[in-house]
Design a protein around this ligand. Structure first.
Ligand SMILES: Cc1cc2nc3c(=O)[nH]c(=O)nc-3n(C[C@H](O)[C@H](O)[C@H](O)COP(=O)(O)OP(=O)(O)OC[C@H]3O[C@@H](n4cnc5c(N)ncnc54)[C@H](O)[C@@H]3O)c2cc1C
Length: 367
């Protein structure tokens, strides 16, 4: 029977493997870490669940993706609320005009809002944000957070992803996401990945590089790659830069909740962390004991690809992709955040896996 080999057992690799397995195809997954799951980790401290690799909220408008996820793990009905420390208060994120009107400095903010351009200038991240909300709100809510998060002057960052992430609201809607389907897997994310990989052979602890390419291709009719391509090619064209975060997790016995909601942003330049996370809000656990995770940017990890204004990093990513496609061997497909050098939400990763699986199945059927 035709075999598909999948490199990486994070959400992308696991979803492709699951869909191919479900379609009756032979699949083998090779994972570099000793355990599967990639970014999707849920740990427990004295029974209190937390996410040591970063908070994950599942949200989607894609009903087919949602149906797949909920067929594998029950999703708790969590709606994600984020608040932020600004103007010496704890305010909504995204900022709500109704709350801002209560601030002593509202008159000045209002003048800045009245002077905004009809469309924010997309020269760079800062110009776009200032165009959306004026200097004062940008400074309080966004500038410090962005400098810490990216270790970079916001003028040097692209505005490309700003419209998806930055809003100024006047509708009283306080959930972060507007997607119809939102939740957190009952018991944590490993249950989702376990569900995807049930029945699929997986080799763990084997990190694949170009030196292993012949073995990867041996007996395979298609290969799906979800690992970082610069690492795969031993960075011979240069390293693709990523911004990483590090989580410091505090277990606090005897306390029910510490934060006012799941995530509290800390834009202040005086504090090194960007946000605090209390997974208990997502997991719905009750009773004494909680874990608060503080997120510190600047860790040597591949978390957020750096989209420079000139587009040099994305051009380098394309060169690695061209090299992959130039290798001999069976048809190969790339999926997931690492191989595509992209920040993609979980629902997009699963949608991508669905699309790639369809292409692989077409290829196997038509020979
Ligand atoms: C801090 C943070 C917070 C996030 N929060 C959210 C959120 O709230 N909501 C949301 O929808 N999405 C969120 N995401 C995105 C989400 O994590 C990703 O969409 C998803 O985990 C991507 O899965 P993946 O398989 O592409 O990558 P990964 O999870 O990185 O998995 C890749 C896998 O490949 C393995 N691998 C790597 N190299 C090799 C190799 N050479 N050989 C073999 N195996 C290899 C890795 O060990 C890993 O298991 C967040 C991401 C980050 C970084």
């Amino acid at each position: 029977m035709a075999l598909v080999r999948v490199i990486g057992a994070g959400l992308a690799g696991a979803a492709v493997a699951h869909l191919l397995h479900r379609a009756g195809r032979a699949v083998e997954v090779v994972e570099g870490d000793p355990t599967w799951g990639g970014q999707l980790r849920t740990a427990s401290a004295a029974g209190v669940l937390y996410e040591p690799a970063g908070a994950h909220i599942f949200h989607t408008a894609d009903t087919e993706v949602w149906e797949l996820v909920t067929s594998l793990v029950p999703m708790l009905p969590y709606r994600h609320v984020v608040r932020t420390e600004a103007f010496d208060r704890v305010l909504s994120w995204p900022p709500q005009l109704a709350e801002l009107r209560e601030l002593p400095g509202w008159a000045g903010i209002e003048r800045e809002l009245a002077a905004r351009p009809a469309v924010p200038r997309a020269d760079n991240f800062e110009s776009w944000c200032v165009g959306l909300m004026g200097e004062t709100l940008y400074h309080e809510f966004i500038e410090g957070y962005t400098r810490k998060q990216w270790g970079e002057d916001p003028k040097n960052l692209t505005a490309a992803w700003a419209p998806k992430r930055i809003e100024l609201r006047d509708d009283g809607y306080t959930d972060l996401f507007r997607d119809p389907h939102q939740g957190w897997p009952d018991g944590g994310y490993p249950r989702l990945v376990d569900g995807l990989l049930r029945g699929v052979p997986v080799v763990m602890g084997q990190r694949i590089t170009i030196d292993d390419w012949d073995d990867v291709c041996a007996g395979a009719d298609a290969v799906v790659i979800t690992c970082a391509l610069d690492e795969f090619f031993a960075e011979h064209l240069g390293r693709l830069p990523w911004r990483g975060v590090r989580l410091v997790n505090h277990y606090l016995p005897g306390v029910d909740h510490v934060l006012p909601c799941g995530v509290l942003n800390t834009p202040s330049p005086l504090l090194a962390h960007t946000r605090a996370i209390e997974t208990k809000w997502m997991s719905g656990q009750t009773g004494p004991g909680t874990v608060v995770s503080y997120e510190y940017p600047g860790a040597p990890a591949r978390h957020y690809p750096i989209d420079d204004v000139a587009g040099a990093n994305r051009a380098l990513a394309r060169r690695y992709l061209d090299e992959l496609h130039a290798l001999p061997g069976p048809p190969r497909y790339v999926a997931g955040r690492l191989a595509t050098y992209a920040y993609i939400d979980m629902d997009q990763v699963i949608r991508q896996a669905m699309n790639i699986t369809r292409r692989v199945l077409d290829q196997l059927t038509t020979g």
